[in-house]
Design a protein around this ligand. Sequence first.
Ligand code: ATP
Ligand code: MG
Length: 150
Amino acid sequence: MDYKITSRNVDDTMKLAENIESEKFPGMIICLDGELGSGKTVFVKGFAKSLGLEDNITSPTFNIVKEYLTGEMPLYHMDVYRLEDGDENIGFDDYFKTDGVCIVEWSELIKDFLPDERLDIQFVVIDENTRIIKLIPHGQIYEDIVNSVV
Ligand SMILES: Nc1ncnc2c1ncn2[C@@H]1O[C@H](COP(=O)(O)OP(=O)(O)OP(=O)(O)O)[C@@H](O)[C@H]1O
Ligand SMILES: [Mg+2]
């Protein structure tokens, strides 16, 4: 079952991320998709804030993955938008078998490498401040998480 939430401003998106953060577990994988400027990084900021990270979260432009190790649990933030063909083998699996939470922006670009069990989140821009956010859980753990946050 898929779930749709309407976010009416940045705070709504941050709040959703905070609610999902409260269900975190080591090895959690969250895959974010949606057009440029749809709110993926805003979601990561909300998640990071809730983890107690004080770092300013920006997209990992040059190194694809940024690691934040000073919160309640490690956070691995990937943005694969600029991945070049042939770069697929940068060791995603090591991150997906992690001791922390892995959040991937533009995950559709590496869909063949994604684990079967994960939470997909799709952002659709409606207007300047409105986003439809679709939660698509894969696996029972993620079903349960989605049920507890919606
Ligand atoms: N409801 C909303 N939720 C999230 N962001 C919103 C919302 N309304 C407006 N915005 C604005 O949309 C922009 C979202 O930017 P963000 O960097 O999160 O996008 P992105 O999906 O990560 O884009 P990119 O693909 O370039 O990484 C921000 O400027 C934010 O202020
Ligand atoms: Mg982004």
